[in-house]
Design a protein around this ligand. Structure first.
Ligand SMILES: Cc1cc2nc3c(=O)[nH]c(=O)nc-3n(C[C@H](O)[C@H](O)[C@H](O)COP(=O)(O)OP(=O)(O)OC[C@H]3O[C@@H](n4cnc5c(N)ncnc54)[C@H](O)[C@@H]3O)c2cc1C
Ligand code: FES
Ligand code: FES
Length: 494
């Protein structure tokens, strides 16, 4: 149960801990109190730290550092990795260049959020040699400031990174080789199985290291809960005070962490991080880029998995509508039995899926696009960054000449499940050149969907905005300007 911590080359033992314990709790109970608890739900960034993992890069292996929210990551997820917290930045009396820049630019404001900001900047400093405002905004997308503003922090980011090449290397660059060796020593291919005694209760944790063992553990423990990154599941621990009696991690199974390409399809392992899956998908569907940037914040993207985004069966998850529109399939496994189903058949009702007891998602199979296919995606949310969708729309159009041959539309936020919009597909095909398409779309949506009203949007808003998105999609597909979109607004046509 060992991992590397800050500037130590010798590993640290997590000790006998409850498998439900988060990284933040572990840190704070071990006198590392720089990381703060603001929200305990991945929303504020006060708990941000950086995790380094060995990754293969061409023929070499290197350590990749990324920011995470320690409040919703399980302490056991650190095994074999390198955790850098704000306590690990300065070398003796010498501040790290990002800390120094924060001092010089007056970036330390309320103080409570500062360690989190510093750690997000540290990850950026480590990964970039040159920066720009877009990269800085992305790096800080998970850090909220409600007291003063972001300007001094952004200035600190520019200062630290622009001066980087003129300054001595920081501890982690200087000692890359030793840190890598220490991590290699920690790479243990054995299965992890822990039983923690809490009074009369035993709390179990398994982290199998291959597919066969994962299948076996789940088959033998049908009530065990699968945890991938835990960015969704662990909120039950930190917000609902739930304690899982048996957790099974899928994160050490190489088969679930790989991406393969058989020519016609991409097969993305369920435990591939959102960030890695996104970079592959954007290569084939460039229009996805701006949509995927809207997913959560960088620390969540870095940690969350694509399988978790599907298996949590949230009606407002961002990937399911996209993947349904792309005709994705799921490879599900139970023991040695494998079945492949269309993603749209996976969702049964609110938070209910077609997964059988002990069955899990092994991978997601996504057909590669043909030349005449185009994917358009929209996310409607109150905030641009780090916000869950009120409505999400994905639409794949296959064209023949200048005309559509087929359209596949999937919607999030419009019912209890991510759902295909079959009536809307017909309307879009029939009204390709009709100015009344917004009203026709609205009527089709109303006949097929009864959206809920909640804090994010009312039922009526959801219907109207989706009808308007059909028109917007059409203008995008035809390459027409979007400036006059308001003219088509559903309000003026109904
Ligand atoms: C601050 C914040 C912002 C967020 N923003 C967004 C957003 O913009 N868009 C969005 O879509 N989501 C968002 N989320 C939700 C969440 O981050 C994603 O759904 C994420 O992809 C879940 O993946 P995970 O690996 O963390 O899943 P986990 O939390 O580990 O698991 C989620 C569920 O899936 C099950 N599960 C996981 N893997 C498997 C598997 N292989 N087989 C079977 N079951 C499995 C688990 O048992 C659990 O029930 C946000 C979350 C937070 C905290
Ligand atoms: S404490 Fe707010 S993101 Fe972790
Ligand atoms: S820096 Fe903490 S609220 Fe602004």
């Amino acid at each position: 149960m060992r991992f590397l911590l800050n500037q130590n080359f010798s590993s640290v033992d997590l000790g006998e801990i409850n498998p439900n314990m988060t990284v933040l709790e572990w840190l704070r109970s071990n006198q590392l109190v720089g990381s703060k608890e603001g929200c305990a739900s991945g929303d504020c960034g006060a708990c941000t730290a950086v995790v380094g993992e060995l990754v293969a890069n061409n023929k070499t292996t290197e350590i990749k550092y990324k920011s995470i929210n320690t409040c919703i990551a399980l302490a056991y997820s650190l095994i074999g990795k390198h955790l850098v917290t704000v306590e690990g930045l300065a070398e003796g009396d010498r501040l790290h260049p990002v800390q120094n820049a924060m001092v010089l630019e007056n970036g330390s404001q309320c103080g409570f959020c500062t360690p989190g900001f510093v750690m997000s900047l540290f990850a950026l400093y480590h990964n970039e040699n040159k920066t720009n405002l877009a990269k800085i905004n992305e790096a800080l997308s998970g850090n909220l400031c409600r007291c003063t503003g972001y300007k001094p922090i952004i200035s600190a980011a520019f200062l630290a990174i622009n001066k980087k090449n003129k300054e001595p290397l920081d501890f982690y660059k200087k000692n890359q080789k030793q840190l890598k060796e220490a991590l290699v020593k920690l790479s243990d291919p054995k299965n992890i199985s822990v039983s923690f005694a809490k009074g009369e209760k035993i709390i179990n944790y398994d982290a199998p290291s291959n597919l066969e063992e994962l299948s076996k553990v789940l088959s033998n423990n049908s009530s065990a809960k699968i945890v991938a990154a835990g960015t969704d599941l662990n909120l039950e621990i930190t917000q609902s005070m739930k304690e899982f009696p048996h957790l099974v991690s899928v994160n050490r199974v190489p088969e679930l962490k790989s991406i393969s390409d058989n020519g016609a399809d991409l097969e993305i392992g369920a435990a591939v991080s959102y960030e890695d899956a996104a970079s592959i998908l954007i290569g084939y569907w460039p229009d996805l880029d701006s949509f995927l940037q809207r997913f959560a914040s960088l620390p969540i993207k870095n940690w969350a998995t694509i399988g978790g985004n599907i298996a949590n069966a949230s009606p407002i998850g961002d990937m399911p509508p996209v993947l349904i529109a792309l005709d994705a399939k799921l490879k599900l496994r139970k023991g040695s039995k494998v079945r492949i189903i269309n993603l749209e058949e996976f969702f049964i009702s609110y938070k209910k899926t077609s997964l059988d007891e002990s069955e899990f998602i092994e991978s997601i199979i996504v057909p590669k696009p043909n030349d005449n296919e185009r994917l358009i995606t929209h996310k409607i949310s109150k905030r641009y960054e780090d916000d869950i969708s009120a409505v999400c729309m994905a639409l794949k159009v296959t064209t023949k000449g200048s005309h559509p041959e087929s359209v596949k539309i999937a919607l999030g936020g419009m019912s209890g499940i991510p759902q295909r919009a079959i009536e809307l597909e017909k309307v879009m095909l029939e009204n390709w050149n009709n100015d009344e398409i917004v009203a026709a779309s609205y009527n089709a949506l109303k006949s097929e969907f009864s959206p809920f009203s909640d804090v994010r949007a009312s039922s009526e808003y959801r219907l109207r905005v989706t009808a308007n998105l059909v028109k917007k999609s059409l203008l995008i597909l035809k390459g027409l300007p979007l400036e006059n979109l308001a003219h088509y607004s559903v309000a003026s046509k109904l």
